[in-house]
Design a binder for this molecule. Structure first.
Ligand code: GLY
Length: 298
């Protein structure tokens, strides 16, 4: 089976900050390359997705891990999801504040715990027991995001900022054994109310993976994306016979028509075919099929 990995750096109003987009694209390429190296060396889709998403989380230009947007109180609260298409195992975490790489905590929840979804203090207590590294919350907040927060002067209406420059990161992959995995990680929308959780950690919304159909990661305005359970919808459309690309296009069209939503999707199906779609003005992405050269765009 030919391997494949696709990553995204978030759909949004990137045209407002072209310099930011030009910083984000190389990060996506680096993440896709790192995931490709794992797959080409015979590694699992799970390791490839975690490796890629950690790189995206670590880069301050993207809204996940370091670089997450602060909420209305000026604090970072992060959500993440990881799903294994082989057995439909999943791990999700929400509203964590002190975890440098939330995707690794989501994976740990999936692998070592009887529960699927942990939030807030409980998720961080689990992280401490699981040996997941903590960080100072101040390290997650970039000067750029802090300045934007201060300029907004206490705006607390998340809808007002649903068109963030880019929100969320994600990766999907298929390995040589045909296993599909999806991972999504986010700081959520700018100025969100404390405690607000978006689509990203919600199974079927922020991501989904099923070896029978596809692996999908979503980005965009979470309140809309979750209403149409967009990632599971892509998988179902692939199950109905659509290509990964046609399924992503159809789901984005539905998002717009049914709930007036904006966002983006990446997918890889069980045959290793790729889909990328958005209805925002950009979404940096990169993908690698087998050991072929990286393809990138926005
Ligand atoms: N799509 C990420 C969020 O709305 O939180």
């Amino acid at each position: 089976m030919k391997t494949a990995i696709v990553v995204h750096g978030g759909a949004g109003a990137w045209s407002e900050k072209p310099d930011r987009l030009s910083r984000a694209l190389p990060v996506c390429i680096e993440a896709a390359k790192a995931g490709q190296a794992v797959l080409v060396a015979g590694g699992s889709a799970m390791d490839a997705v975690e490796t890629a998403v950690r790189i995206l989380e670590d880069h301050p230009v993207l809204d996940a891990g370091r670089g997450s947007y602060p909420n209305a109180d000026g604090l970072v609260e992060m959500d993440a999801l990881m799903m294994n298409g082989r057995n439909l195992d999943l791990g999700a975490i929400a509203a964590v504040q002190r975890i440098q790489n939330p995707i690794s905590l989501a994976r740990r929840v999936m692998e070592y715990h009887d529960h699927n979804f942990l939030v807030g203090n409980g998720a961080e207590a689990f992280a401490a027991k699981a040996g997941i590294p903590f960080c100072d919350p101040a390290d997650l907040l970039t000067d750029e995001n802090l300045a934007h927060y201060q300029a907004a002067n206490g705006t607390t209406n998340p809808a007002a900022d649903s068109g963030s420059i880019g929100d969320t990161v994600g990766a999907v992959a298929i390995d040589a054994d045909g296993n599909l995995v999806a991972g999504t990680s986010t700081g959520g929308t700018r100025h969100k109310l404390p405690g607000r959780v978006g689509d990203s950690p919600l199974v079927g919304s922020g991501g989904y993976a099923d070896n029978w159909t596809a692996a999908v990661s979503a980005t965009g305005h979470g309140e809309a994306l979750m209403k149409v359970v967009i990632s599971k919808r892509v998988c179902d459309l692939v199950g109905d016979g659509l290509s990964a690309q046609a399924a992503c296009d159809a789901a984005i069209q539905l998002l717009a028509e049914r709930v007036d939503g904006t966002g983006g999707l990446i997918a890889v199906d069980a045959r290793g075919q790729i889909g990328v779609a958005r209805n925002t003005n950009a979404m940096p992405f990169a993908y690698a099929i087998g050991d072929e050269a990286i393809v990138s765009g926005h």
